[in-house]
Design a binder for this molecule. Structure first.
Ligand code: ZN
Ligand code: ZN
Length: 182
């Protein structure tokens, strides 16, 4: 494990949230989609199931996406702004059979606020450890998803959307085509 468990979970969740804002498709089209995201990424605490909450979560995405393109100083500015405007106050807590981990806003704070703060805390860890280069983009030419490379040897190339398989299939077809022409 490179980072604390809660940090790694948060990083995976941030990348997934950013990737719901595709250029050509909305990954969070309605409240039901946000419910599914909430469950899939192990969120707990306040969850309103309202359009207002959905709008707040969607509005957070471009701010988090920016981190993938930012240099260290700009990441720091984004992280500090997110923490400041959420009035973050880190506290060690334990709930739902999880070991002690940090929450920096109460569990009854709005979902988008908690998502912002959890993302900011995880990015703060990357900055402190000099590991911002782990924030990368999927190598597949047709994909603009972001990813977080948590592999020990920094070998991750593709996002979770099946691009690794797609690339393998393309490479296989290319080899077959090359073989049949020779
Ligand atoms: Zn927690
Ligand atoms: Zn991809």
């Amino acid at each position: 494990m490179l980072f604390a468990h809660d940090t790694e979970c948060a990083l995976v969740s941030v990348a997934a949230l950013v990737n719901t804002a595709g250029d050509d498709r909305e990954g969070l089209p309605d409240v039901a989609a946000l419910d599914a995201f909430f469950t899939a990424h192990g969120w707990s605490g306040r969850h309103e199931h309202t359009d207002a909450e959905l709008r707040q979560v969607r509005a957070l995405r471009p701010r988090l996406h920016r981190i993938w393109y930012a240099d260290t100083d700009e990441v720091v500015a984004i992280v500090n702004t997110l923490l400041r405007e959420s009035h973050a106050l880190p506290q060690l807590v334990r709930h739902d059979d999880e070991p002690y981990h940090l929450h920096a806003v109460p569990r009854d704070a709005p979902l988008a606020t908690r998502m912002a703060v959890e993302a900011a805390m995880a990015m703060a860890d990357l900055v402190r450890m000099g590991e911002l280069s782990r924030l990368r983009h999927c190598d597949h030419p047709d994909c603009d998803n972001v990813l977080v490379d948590l592999s020990r040897n920094r070998s991750r190339r593709f996002c979770d959307a099946g691009c690794g398989n797609r690339a393998a299939v393309s490479a296989y077809r290319a080899r077959r085509a090359a073989a049949s022409h020779s």
